[in-house]
Design a protein around this ligand. Structure first.
Ligand code: F6R
Length: 369
């Protein structure tokens, strides 16, 4: 049933091109328009939205962080992202014109469900992004967008995550469409690029042998640091979480710009640092700043593992290991840059002789608060 793979996780990583294609299936019209008939919120309700909360746990929370960048940029609606376990305990300001997007692969996560119920009591509209059909969270929501990733068996979420991110893009673009698109040209280009994502993920997966080799090489490390900026920041957090939960190695993700405010002190001779580099065409040129960060950590002894777009030559002199990904618009890049980090964590755990599919102390769906 693992389809020839050693682990369900490897099988699910390999299924990602198809999973993402299935999330998109039937939702992009021929003229690039979004077709989300299943979102049972009226156009008027969607036009009335003046604030969005994205609420989730763990990996799904990282998807929510990426959603914030995309949805705010496309819709100009303020978006806050919050851990479900924190959300209702701080008395968030919610009313009829608040849209709460809850993200959950299993649809059964208790923290997320309790946050949803709290938001509902305050009259907010609830849109669930969920994978498990008919689970509790979508049942209690006003509307649901299913990710259609297929069953995810491995405890660590992979295709669940990528498809959550893609579903968030669809919601953002749909809101922009209903409300009168501000960035009309850009949105058209984004839709074209969404269609290319499955192919880009497949390209990354075809080139994973060097990552597997690197993983064997890193198997005895005690610490790995992950740096990213803009949407690369949640990708760094996700890479670190995967490594912690699978390989039991201490790992931390940082916003690259925060490095100089403290965490750079952690860098020592040989410390492996994974850097998710934004596209050289990225907004406001954070690219150059991240390249400087790579130089800075390397000058302090770090061993740099750099994930960068094809054709980005600026990183070459500072990368001890270079992992290439296809060129993708900045906001969509997490769908490709996360993939090598999933493989890295999975292969490091494998090399350490651990049970990749069933890490210690973890359950697939967390039905207690
Ligand atoms: C990490 C992981 C968890 C889940 C989290 C939320 O790989 O799988 O962090 O993402 O427990 O689960 P769902 O999405 O089912 O609500």
């Amino acid at each position: 049933e693992k389809g020839g793979y050693d682990w369900f996780m490897l099988k699910e990583i390999a299924e990602q091109p198809q999973a993402v294609a299935d999330t998109l299936l039937g939702r992009l019209g021929p003229a690039g328009e979004l077709v989300l008939d299943e979102v049972r919120l009226s156009d008027q309700e969607l036009r009335d939205v003046d604030k969005i909360f994205v609420v989730a746990c763990g990996t799904a929370y990282h998807a929510g962080m990426i959603a914030k960048y995309a949805i705010e940029h496309w819709t100009r609606i303020p978006v806050e992202v919050e851990l479900a376990s924190e959300f209702r305990y701080r008395d968030p300001v919610l009313d009829r014109s608040t849209l709460v997007i809850v993200i959950s692969q299993s649809g059964e996560t208790m923290d997320t469900l309790m946050a949803l119920r709290h938001a509902k009591e305050q009259k907010a509209r609830i849109l669930a992004i969920c994978n498990a059909n008919g689970s509790t969270i979508p049942r209690e929501s006003d509307a649901v967008l299913y990710t259609h990733a297929g069953p995810e068996v491995a405890v660590a979420s992979t295709k669940g995550f990528l498809t959550q991110v893609v579903a968030c893009y669809l919601v953002g673009l749909f809101l922009a469409q209903v409300r009168g698109v501000k960035y009309a040209d850009e949105v058209g280009a984004i839709v074209e690029n969404l269609r290319k994502l499955p192919e880009h993920i497949a390209t990354v997966l075809d080139e994973m042998e060097p990552v597997r080799e690197l993983a064997r090489n890193l198997a005895d490390e005690n610490t790995l640091l992950f740096l990213g900026r803009h949407v690369g920041f949640p990708v760094a957090l996700e890479g670190a979480l995967k490594l912690k939960e699978l390989a039991y190695i201490h790992a931390e993700g940082f916003a690259a710009g925060e490095l100089k405010h403290g965490s750079i002190a952690l860098i020592d001779q040989g410390t492996p640092v994974v850097v998710v580099v934004p596209s050289p065409v990225s907004r406001g040129s954070v690219h150059g700043k991240v390249v400087s960060n790579i130089q800075e950590v390397r000058a302090r002894g770090a061993r740099t593992i750099v994930i960068a777009e094809d054709g980005d030559d600026d990183v070459v002199p500072y990368a001890d290991h270079l992992i290439r990904v296809p060129r993708t618009p900045t906001l969509l890049a997490p769908v490709v840059t996360t993939v090598p980090l999933q493989v890295l964590a999975c292969e490091i755990a494998s090399a350490r002789g651990l049970d990749v599919d069933q890490p210690r102390n973890l359950a697939k769906s967390v039905t207690v608060e």
